[in-house]
Design a protein around this ligand. Structure first.
Ligand code: ADE
Length: 242
């Protein structure tokens, strides 16, 4: 999908990229894909190349002051953002996916799901001219402390985490209440049939039918997993409970 054909009231993602063919990608499958088909959210891509300069439609140039790599030009990214933002309505942040950004988390996904849409700028090369980020009041967001070759996978990550929180996307069977990060704790381990596999049994308590005991066991597992694997989350939780 490209450009216009918007439906009033539907949560929209506008993605600015040099690789529009990368979308919807994995978002076209499973629950997010079904929700896209059902019109619960909309996806529009804007091809940066359409705003490129000259015969070769250049989108980048060498960094001012010297140094390695190439920088995406303000006079290319600017018009692309202008075009995407002409469709924006209500609460609609502009996000540039960048390893330099604020770390993405579940709270940000929840907040984005409450907006009317989002514009995502996917970079390639060494980055984007700072003036365009300042001009459009762009928020930089990172999906983790590692460097990807471009923002497209990061944009899909952010969109997946957000879209599954939109009304009607998950069925009752896929509640978000107990999952990791919803309560500041990691999720407890899960088991299903067969009861014995490779000599390993499902923990007795889960087979006991005793709901209170099962809840207690799961809570204990969540707490010890979080303490062991994510002391940062555990610390935050302890502080919040003080
Ligand atoms: N682009 C390149 N690396 C990234 C990261 N870690 N997060 C978001 N966007 C990126």
């Amino acid at each position: 999908m490209d450009g216009g054909e918007e439906l009033a009231g539907v949560w929209q993602a506008r993605v600015i990229t040099l690789f529009p063919e990368a979308f919807p990608g994995v978002l076209g499958l499973s629950l997010t894909g079904k929700a896209l088909q059902e019109g619960r959210w909309q996806l529009h891509t804007h091809n940066l190349r359409d705003h490129g300069i000259g015969k070769h439609r250049n989108v980048d140039d060498t960094p001012a002051g010297g140094g390695a790599g190439m920088v995406m030009r303000a006079d290319v990214v600017g018009p692309a953002l202008e075009a995407a933002q002409s469709f924006a309505r209500g609460r609609w942040p502009v996000i540039y996916l960048s390893p330099r950004g604020r770390p993405f988390d579940q709270a940000m996904a929840r907040d984005l799901a409450k907006c009317d849409g989002v514009t995502l700028l996917c970079g390639r090369f060494e980055g984007v001219d700072q003036r365009v980020l300042d001009h459009f009041n762009v928020t930089e967001v990172s999906i983790g402390d590692y460097v990807l070759t471009g923002g497209e996978i990061a944009a899909q990550t952010l969109l997946d985490a957000t879209i599954r929180l939109l009304p009607g996307v998950l069925g009752n069977a896929e509640s978000t209440v107990d999952e990791s990060h919803s309560s500041g704790l990691l999720e407890h381990p899960q088991f299903t049939r067969p009861v014995e596999w490779e000599g390993r049994m499902i923990p007795d308590v889960l087979m006991s039918g005793h709901h209170g005991e099962i809840q207690k066991w799961r809570q204990g597992q969540s707490e010890s997993l979080t303490r062991a694997r994510r002391p940062d989350l555990w610390e935050l939780r302890s502080k919040a409970q003080d």
